[in-house]
Design a protein around this ligand. Structure first.
Ligand code: MN
Length: 264
């Protein structure tokens, strides 16, 4: 069924002032939040030894912050480096950022509405990228998935012999084209990308994308074994309205996840 819902709706959702990275948010606070976000996503099982989250520079939209190449569970504010929208690292001081930082540079370049990008190998979503089963919002916490979660097929750009990684700006831009105006895109046989207009909302969406994949796979197993066909998904209105409501509540789970972090 063709969707009538403009996916950019999900990027225009208004957040409470404390959840946005407006000009009043200090750079040091933003780096601190980005470090906490890395630790939360690792602690909650979205990241493992891999995965990264970035945030756009609040004063210079041509730059973004991301950790140096390291395990996300150990990232602190001192580990954050600054990149430009071609993926070049600027305050490196001998530090290297992630090989796949081009995911972030290309999406920030194409999507001026996006302030934070998560890339993970979030395991439950992998089956959806390789079977053609569409990832769809199965519960109200994941209404932000909207009506279209596209899958990036790296073979369309690099053939069948790549190492599957987004290792330069050009392949990053192909991925950004596949993402389009949507909130989440899957990378076939690899992982996903999730975008939002704040670090807190990006963490929320990455967490509930993984949760939705688990719930949807279970609902599909039950429903098909009962001969009942497809499970019942959120309608476009239900998805839009629940996404809007939940976006105003991101501070609550953020604080819970933060309180569960082990001391570094
Ligand atoms: Mn990856």
């Amino acid at each position: 069924m063709e969707s009538t819902l403009d996916p950019s709706f999900f990027n225009q959702i208004n957040l409470p002032a404390e959840a946005t990275n407006d000009m009043s948010t200090s750079i040091s606070q933003l780096k601190e939040d980005l470090a906490i976000a890395n630790q939360i996503l690792a602690n909650e099982g979205v990241f493992d030894g891999f995965g990264h989250i970035s945030v756009r520079h609040p004063d210079n939209p041509e730059r973004f912050f991301i950790a140096r190449s390291m395990a996300p569970a150990s990232v602190t504010a001192q580990d954050i480096v600054e990149c430009d929208l071609n993926g070049d690292v600027h305050d490196a001081q001998g530090r290297k950022s992630y090989l796949e930082r081009f995911i972030h540079s290309a999406i920030f370049k194409k999507r001026p509405d996006v302030n934070s990008v998560v890339h993970s190998h979030s395991p439950a979503i992998i089956p959806f990228g390789v079977t053609g089963a569409r990832l769809r919002p199965i519960c109200h916490m994941s209404g932000f998935l909207g009506s279209n979660v596209p899958t990036f097929e790296i073979r369309n750009t690099l053939g069948e012999s790549s190492d599957m990684l987004i290792r330069n700006q050009s392949i990053g831009e192909s991925l950004a084209d596949t993402l389009g105006q949507n909130t989440v895109a899957l990378l076939r046989g690899h992982g996903n990308v999730v975008v939002a207009n704040s670090i807190q909302l990006a963490v929320f969406r990455a967490y509930y994308t993984e949760g939705n994949a688990k719930l949807q796979a279970e609902a599909m197993r039950m429903s098909f074994s009962m001969g009942a066909g497809e499970p019942i998904y959120l309608s476009e209105d239900e998805a839009r309205n629940s996404a809007e409501t939940n976006a105003g509540q991101v501070e609550r789970p953020w604080n819970v996840w933060k309180s569960k972090l082990p001391k570094l």
